[in-house]
Write a protein that binds this ligand. Structure first.
Ligand code: SF4
Length: 234
C-alpha cells in the first residue's frame, strides 16, 4: 500500500503541534496593554526585541505609553525616546500618524478601531506610513483580536528550508501572502476565537524555534522540527 504524502498545510499543522509540545504556551504578545502591543509592533521592525524594550522603557518613564501621552508628545521628543530601537526618524512619525488616524477616524478609541471588519481594517492599516503586512497583521491579531496569521522572516526560513511551498517564498509581499495563506490553510477553519488562538501561538512558537535553531544558519541538531526534513538537507 502506498502512503499519501502529507500536504504542506498538514506539515505546517504538525509543526505547530510539535513546537507547542516542545516549548509550551508562549503567552504572547509581551505587553501590558493593546496600545503597548501596537507601539511594540512598530518599533520591532528591523531590530531586536531587546532594543525595543529600551525604547518602551523610555516611553513608560516619560508617561507616553498611552494614546493621550503619545498624542501630546512632540515628534522630536518621541524620536529621542524611541532612538534605541533604530530608524527613529521613520518610526516616530509613523507612530504619530497611527494616533492621528485613530483620532480622525475612530474617535481616538482602540475599541472602535477593533470593531471594524478585518479586511477593511487591514487595508486601512496598510495605507499608513511604516506599516507593512507583518506590522498590520501583528496589530490586528495581538492588539485588536482579529483572527489573522502573522508571517515573519523566521517562518519564511522554515518554509524555504523545508520546501513547504512549490517556490521558496521571497521576502516581499507575494512571499508574505503565500506564507499567510498556507498558515490559514493549516490552522484556520475553527471558530474565530480558536483561529486567533492558534495564529497567536504559532507565530510566537515560530519565533522561538527561529531564535533557538533556525536563524541565519540552520542548527538542525536537536531542533523539534528536524523529523520533517526526513534526512534531507535544509
Ligand atoms: S533548524 Fe533545521 S530542522 Fe529546525 S526548522 Fe530550521 S531547517 Fe528545520
Amino acid at each position: 500500500m502506498t502512503r499519501r504524502r502529507a500536504s504542506a498545510a498538514e506539515r505546517l499543522r504538525w509543526m505547530h503541534d510539535r513546537l507547542f509540545e516542545a516549548y509550551g504556551p508562549q503567552k504572547w504578545w509581551p505587553a501590558e496593554t493593546s496600545f503597548e502591543v501596537i507601539v511594540g509592533a512598530y518599533l520591532t521592525q528591523n531590530t531586536s526585541w531587546k532594543a525595543v524594550e529600551r525604547s518602551l522603557a523610555n516611553l513608560r518613564a516619560a508617561g507616553a505609553m498611552t494614546i493621550e501621552g503619545l498624542r501630546a508628545l512632540p515628534v522630536s521628543e518621541l524620536q529621542t525616546l524611541v532612538q534605541p530601537s533604530g530608524f527613529f526618524t521613520r518610526k516616530a512619525p509613523a507612530l504619530k500618524a497611527f494616533v492621528a488616524m485613530l483620532d480622525a477616524e475612530f474617535g481616538g478609541a482602540l475599541e472602535k478601531l477593533a470593531a471594524a471588519p478585518t479586511e477593511a481594517l487591514r487595508k486601512r492599516l496598510l495605507e499608513l506610513p511604516g506599516v507593512g503586512p507583518e506590522t498590520a497583521d501583528a496589530i490586528l491579531l495581538y492588539a485588536l483580536g482579529h483572527p489573522v496569521p502573522v508571517a515573519d522572516e523566521y517562518l519564511r526560513r522554515v518554509a524555504e528550508r523545508h520546501a513547504l511551498l512549490p517556490e521558496p517564498p521571497d521576502r516581499g509581499r507575494s512571499g508574505y501572502e503565500a506564507l499567510a495563506a498556507l498558515t490559514r490553510e493549516a490552522l484556520g477553519g475553527g471558530s474565530l476565537a480558536e483561529e486567533a488562538r492558534l495564529y497567536n501561538e504559532f507565530h510566537a512558537l515560530t519565533v522561538a524555534v527561529g531564535k533557538a535553531h533556525c536563524g541565519r544558519v540552520a542548527r538542525c541538531e536537536g531542533c523539534p522540527l528536524a523529523a520533517d526534513l526526513k534526512g534531507r538537507r535544509p
